[in-house]
Write a protein that binds this ligand. Structure first.
Ligand code: ZN
Length: 140
């Protein structure tokens, strides 16, 4: 079960073993009504799905990494998509031979622990569709 603590700039979170990171974060952002911000995290994760964006097809290509990995970094920003808080997340993981893989995070399950610092900004930031790339970009 995830625990959170309020700090000056936002929150510090600790997710528990077995919790899915993307879903748990989305629920937390919605509950706290966080409309913009940034986040960073470290931990130990398993069963990670990373996505690579193919510019030709304008589709994400998934790749699964099963088993335990060190989450050497989780980086992201928070904005609104269609009025709902959305965390855009990238992850880097390392295996037992210290090889590192990374990309756009689709899902990952906490294997050991997951420590995330969320910095909350005061102004809402929206995402809007970009025709050229088929992605939703920050509307600044
Ligand atoms: Zn991305």
């Amino acid at each position: 079960m995830m625990k959170s603590k309020k700090i000056d700039s936002g929150f510090i979170l600790r997710l528990g073993k077995g919790e899915e990171i993307v879903r748990t974060l989305a629920d937390f952002l919605k509950e706290k009504n966080i409309q913009s911000g940034s986040l960073s995290g470290i931990g130990g994760v398993k069963d990670i799905r990373i996505m690579y964006y193919d510019l030709q097809t304008k589709k994400y290509v998934p790749k699964d990494f099963l088993g335990m990995y060190e989450m050497t970094s989780l980086l992201g920003n928070i904005s609104l998509v269609d009025g709902n808080p959305f965390a855009h997340l990238h992850i880097t993981i390392s295996d037992e031979d210290y090889r590192v893989f990374g990309g756009h995070l689709d899902s990952a399950v906490v294997g050991v622990t997951c420590e995330i610092v969320v910095n909350v900004f005061s102004e809402p930031i929206n995402r809007v569709a970009d025709e050229e790339f088929g992605l939703k970009f920050l509307d600044l």
